[in-house]
Design a protein around this ligand. Structure first.
Ligand code: SF4
Length: 287
């Protein structure tokens, strides 16, 4: 029998926005020294600890910052945070993902043009709270149109949390129009969803359909890694959701000829590489 084939999903791991944010923080640490990040730069304890050792401390609020510099994460932040940073005279490393920035800009300009801005997203999510803040009180965030109050407006704009799926966003738009169309005469729809999240699920599914077992690598508290594992499971393939290479039990791959590996958007490259190395030691080869 030949060696077990190990195949990586076509897209996996850090998205370009998170990769850029980590890079910006690392560059600052190397060139200018310690800083505080407003919340974790990536939802992964491994990355956060590694950055902490190099001088990036996590602060929950601007008032907790003791360093001369503060970094806003890829999720972005509301207008009041920028004002507070300026008031305190802190230097800013703004790692807001350009796609999130676009959603914030849309929220700001639409609100200025007199639209009530509806955001399809989770109200408590930091990205959504940030986008909402740019509407200066002229916005709502929700996942379901039934939860909305009667809107005292004829001008409505609809945008999305970036990590929501396109199909779900457009369904939301239809539901909103079903509920409010008779009271509206000016509607703007801007699809601010990010294609990166969807690409990871599609690639995982495509791979899951071709292998005997698939390893989904990421933190157990990462919602998108959990969803990735669910996507794989839904194809019927044996799915192992693991945080690191150590968790792999050799019995899981005994006798298999093809396994797949994918990872959530917050999983760093080295953790994925360690999983591949472990599978190779258990008789596999990439290809
Ligand atoms: S908007 Fe897309 S690219 Fe940017 S941080 Fe979010 S998932 Fe990553």
């Amino acid at each position: 029998m030949g060696r077990m084939k190990i195949e990586r999903a076509k897209v996996y791991g850090f998205c370009p926005g998170v990769r850029r944010a980590v890079q910006m923080v690392e560059e600052h640490l190397e060139q200018e020294g310690p800083l505080a990040t407003l919340g974790a730069i990536v939802h992964n304890a491994h990355v956060v600890e590694a950055l902490e050792r190099k001088g990036a401390r996590v602060a929950r609020t601007v008032s907790e910052v003791r360093e001369p510099t503060v970094a806003i994460t890829a999720h972005g932040a509301g207008q009041e945070i920028y004002e507070e940073i300026e008031k305190r005279g802190l230097k800013l490393v703004d790692t807001t993902c350009p796609i999130v920035k676009r959603a914030q800009e849309a929220a700001r300009t639409l609100a200025e043009e007199g639209y009530t801005v509806l955001i399809y997203g989770e109200e408590a999510h930091p990205e959504v709270r940030g986008i909402l803040s740019w509407t200066k009180g002229k916005g709502y965030a929700t996942l379901s149109p039934e939860d909305l109050p009667e809107l005292a407006t004829r001008k409505l704009a609809i945008i999305s949390q970036t990590t929501k799926g396109r199909t779900a966003f457009w369904q939301f738009v239809r539901d909103v129009l079903d509920r409010f169309q008779l009271s509206l005469d000016d509607v703007r729809i801007i699809d601010t969803t990010c294609p990166e999240t969807g690409r990871r699920y599609e690639a995982a599914k495509e791979l899951a359909e071709r292998v005997e077992a698939i390893f989904v690598v990421g933190s157990r508290n990462s919602a998108n890694t959990r969803k990735l594992a669910d996507t794989c499971e839904s194809t019927g393939v044996r799915t192992y959701f693991i945080e690191s290479a150590e968790e792999i039990d050799p019995a899981w791959v005994a006798g298999l000829s093809r396994v797949g590996v994918t990872a959530g958007a917050s999983t760093p490259d080295e953790v994925i590489d360690q999983v591949i190395e472990k599978l190779a030691r258990l008789g596999g080869e990439e290809g």
